[in-house]
Design a protein around this ligand. Structure first.
Ligand SMILES: Cc1cc2nc3c(=O)[nH]c(=O)nc-3n(C[C@H](O)[C@H](O)[C@H](O)COP(=O)(O)OP(=O)(O)OC[C@H]3O[C@@H](n4cnc5c(N)ncnc54)[C@H](O)[C@@H]3O)c2cc1C
Length: 392
């Protein structure tokens, strides 16, 4: 097989990149390790920045999203039993969209299949070769080994993919930070108990009330790194959520059947540069942020919007300027978002083993954020997302 751009991974990064290239008349093949059913049901992110929605709408991918989304104009920070609303739209003029990642994946898969261009499921890439000159992706499909020859490779295969691991030792620098806690996340068949997200910095640990639709609530609890799902029967999960989301003026948490549950460790990770020869990393294959700031999916979208423009310029004019600038352009945004996600994480979570001094600093910071319009505006600017054209 031969194509112009070989794309590893049918996550948000790979599928959106394929679409953006198609609109520029550039051919690609998308290889996905999992089945279509699996990726269209995989529960992950759900908060889209306005820049993400605007981009999707501008390329015809947001029809269902704009009909079905929930629009948010603020969020609540809960500490000391009192909720404080940050009015995001009032402070920034921008809004937030709630739309489940797997619904977006369904839209992106449908758009790709609609073009008639190749999207191969159950087709894991197994090796990347000749990345400096004429790249080849080795893969398996229907039990048969295959080779995909291409001009460029887009490594959109997430944190556990093979792209990043195919780069020789020493060719890139990896920055890594692991947090001493994890998130237990549930998806519940229950209407959200508040209209907006509630981030709770409770003495027992962080929790987050969010939602995916008017009938589905998404809830998270900070748990220990060693904890197992078996230690968290339904009753314990709901009791702990009620404790951590409690407030002095009362709060009724609606519960319901738990549809999905999982424990995810939190980490920050950056690869610099996001390129090796003709291999370009995008999305989670290049960087991971802790989910506290809801940035992972939005960063993946930002990366591929830069990459598609650079690849388009290269095919159109032969200029490598955009390709050469790709990594630095993305990394400016990535590091800003890394800082924001790390800051939200370390401010809102109970840090195991930390002293009262650390807790007092966290609470002081939260009080400042909820009483100073300058601090709230800075927070809101990052939370709603930097415009896609402005990465620094
Ligand atoms: C469990 C979990 C929960 C999350 N929750 C949140 C959240 O609540 N909020 C938030 O903002 N973000 C969340 N994220 C982050 C967000 O979902 C990611 O940032 C986003 O999916 C990144 O998109 P991507 O396309 O770069 O990578 P992915 O979505 O990971 O897509 C990569 C794709 O590549 C495929 N692949 C891997 N290896 C190969 C191979 N060898 N060959 C072919 N295909 C391959 C994978 O199957 C996958 O479909 C979560 C992530 C995870 C893992």
């Amino acid at each position: 097989m031969r194509t112009q751009v070989g794309i590893l991974g049918a996550g948000p990064a790979g599928l959106l990149l394929a679409h953006l290239l198609h609109l520029r008349g550039i051919d690609s093949v998308v290889l996905e390790r999992q089945t279509r059913e699996y990726i269209e049901k995989r529960v992950r992110a759900g908060l889209l920045e306005q820049g993400t929605v605007d981009l999707l709408a501008s390329v015809g991918l947001a029809d269902r999203l704009l009909r079905q989304r929930l629009v948010h104009h603020g969020l609540e920070l809960l500490f000391d039993g009192v909720g404080h609303r940050i009015p995001m739209t009032e402070l920034t003029g921008r809004e937030l969209t709630i739309y489940a990642q797997h619904e977006l994946i369904k839209d992106l898969v449908a758009a790709r299949l609609g073009t008639g261009r190749p999207l191969l499921f159950e087709a894991p890439a197994t090796d990347l070769a000749d990345l400096g000159s004429t790249p080849v992706i080795k893969f398996v499909h229907n039990g048969q080994p295959g080779e995909l020859h291409c001009d460029l490779i887009a490594g959109c295969d997430g944190f556990h993919g093979i792209s990043r691991l195919s780069i020789p030792d020493g060719a890139v620098t990896a920055y890594d930070l692991e947090y001493p806690f994890a998130w237990l996340g549930i998806l519940a068949q229950a209407p959200p108990s508040a209209e907006e997200l509630i981030y709770s910095a409770h003495d027992d640990g962080f929790s987050l009330h969010s939602m995916r639709s008017p009938d589905i609530t998404r809830l998270y609890l900070q748990v220990g790194l060693e904890e197992k799902l078996e230690e968290w029967p339904d009753d314990r999960i709901w009791a702990e959520l009620r404790t951590r989301l409690a407030r002095r003026d009362g709060f009724e948490l609606a519960d319901g059947p738990i549809l999905d549950r999982g424990i995810t460790a939190l980490r920050s990770h950056v690869v610099d540069p996001m390129r090796y020869g003709k291999l370009f990393l995008a999305g989670d294959s290049a960087h991971i942020v802790p989910p506290t700031g809801a940035k992972g999916l939005n960063l993946a979208v930002a990366d591929v919007s830069v990459l598609a423009a650079a690849i388009g310029e290269w095919y159109r004019t032969g200029s490598e300027t955009g390709l050469d600038a790709y990594s630095a352009t993305c990394l400016r945004r990535v590091w800003r978002v890394q800082h924001f996600s790390w800051w939200m994480t370390t401010t809102l979570h109970r840090i195991p083993g930390s002293d009262p001094f650390t807790r007092a600093l966290q609470l002081s910071q939260l009080r400042y954020l909820t009483t100073s319009s300058a601090a709230a505006t800075s927070f809101a600017e990052m939370y709603v997302g930097l415009p896609l054209s402005k990465g620094d």
